[in-house]
Write a protein that binds this ligand. Structure first.
Ligand code: PLP
Length: 389
């Protein structure tokens, strides 16, 4: 197999997966890998979920994979209704990815602010919002900006979990604040209660839109349908993608209150947004998240994993410096480059990935079991034995 025709945008492991079931993937030679990456927080139901397969087949069998947004599609209407009900938001715009959902949110915020002469958007240092131009500009990490100047103007950066640093940036030009309730790529850092509540108060006081990027931490990963529900503070705009359609590409921007009526026909669109196959996937994912027992499982498995990682930290105090997260989005901060751990685990057929510069990230399928967590932690333990700080 050759990669000579692939553009050089990814560093890839020398493996190609051909099948999967539950939390396991099989490579071409029959090697079985325990997956704590889950397509980077996409495959919430793992592989070969019978309900998802049946739901998607329903659309394939209908022959109508796609109709344009010039017409209605029953799955899209149902998906919007279900998402609104799960999130407490009111309106939904469908697109195809996280970056695209954030692009929609940032454009909406700019249009909302245009009548008020407000256009500046505050985002957080070490945030991640995607790779398209506005989303990457909102991303508060210089390494993603390098080489791509000129970036869109009107973005400023505050420190995550530091309300005063946000307050000092707010002025009469500010129109919105965008924040991940749990920073993902930046190193699995949950917002503090005080920070999210403080941002809401700040937005209410200064007439700003609050945007939550739940592309990674949403769709059940935190143990609630959306991570901000752990905090009880609502946004004006919510973005989601990744696990939204159980592995079919999908993204969505959800709005509430004064954000509902900003866009009118012609302002924004996406050919594939609300694609029938993706919308059926969204409906199915929402059905699963409506089940409290499913969410309770995520919460229980998350606590179990963190307990096991805490035990590992006690065993390797020089290597492991912190264990943190919520539900099944967790990170283990370490004193050596996380890639070294990721590589050792890969050799032992456990898939994990890094986040930020010093964190090993665990975002397994939400159906993961205690037995599988035990197996993963055993491999981690073996991997750490061969490494030292
Ligand atoms: N926002 C967050 C919080 C993310 O973690 C990501 C991707 O990792 C994105 C946005 C971008 O999503 P996508 O890669 O689907 O464009």
């Amino acid at each position: 197999m050759s990669n000579s025709h692939l553009l050089n945008t990814y560093t890839q492991w020398p493996v190609s997966f051909v099948s999967g079931e539950g939390a396991y993937l099989k490579d071409e030679k029959g090697g079985s890998y325990l997956d704590f990456v889950g397509g980077i927080a996409v495959n919430a139901l793992g592989y070969k979920d019978p309900g998802l397969t049946k739901a998607l087949n329903e659309v394939l069998d209908s022959g109508v994979l796609h109709v344009s947004n010039l017409y209605y599609n029953a799955y899209v209407l149902r998906a919007a209704e279900k998402l609104a009900s799960l999130s407490g938001m009111e309106k939904v715009f469908f697109c195809n990815s996280g970056a695209e959902a954030n692009e929609a949110a940032l454009k909406l915020a700019r249009k909302w602010g245009s009548g008020k002469n407000k256009s500046t958007i505050i985002s957080m240092i070490d945030s991640f919002h995607g790779r398209t131009y506005a989303a990457v500009t909102a991303t508060g990490q210089k390494k993603y900006h390098q080489h791509f100047a000129p970036l869109p103007s009107g973005f400023v950066y505050a420190h995550f979990n530091d309300l005063d640093s946000v307050k000092t940036l707010v002025d009469e030009q500010t129109c919105a604040i965008i924040v991940e309730p749990i920073q993902g790529e930046g190193g699995i850092i949950p917002a503090t209660e005080e920070f999210l509540h403080g941002l809401r108060d700040l937005c209410d006081k200064h007439d700003l839109l609050l945007i939550y990027d739940e592309v990674q931490c949403g769709m059940g990963r935190s143990g609630r349908p959306f991570a901000h529900q752990l905090y009880g503070v609502k946004p004006d705009i919510l973005t989601t993608a990744k696990a939204l359609a159980g592995g079919v590409p999908a993204g969505a921007m959800l709005t509430r209150g004064s954000a509902n009526d900003v866009f009118v026909p012609g302002d924004h669109a996406s050919t594939f947004g609300g694609n029938a196959l993706a919308a059926r996937g969204v409906c199915y994912m929402c059905d699963r998240l409506e089940d409290e027992a499913f969410l309770a499982h995520v919460e229980a498995m998350g606590s179990y994993l963190r307990k096991k990682l805490d035990e590992l930290q006690a065993q390797f105090p020089d290597l492991i410096t912190d264990v943190r997260g919520a539900g099944l989005i967790n990170g283990m901060a370490i004193s050596i480059p996380p890639k070294e751990v990721v590589a050792k685990c890969f050799e032992r057929k456990l898939l994990v990935l890094s986040a930020g510069s010093d964190v090993v990230r665990f975002v397994p399928p939400l159906i993961i079991t205690e037995k599988e967590i035990d197996a993963a932690v055993r491999i981690l333990q073996e991997s750490l034995k061969g490494l030292s700080s």
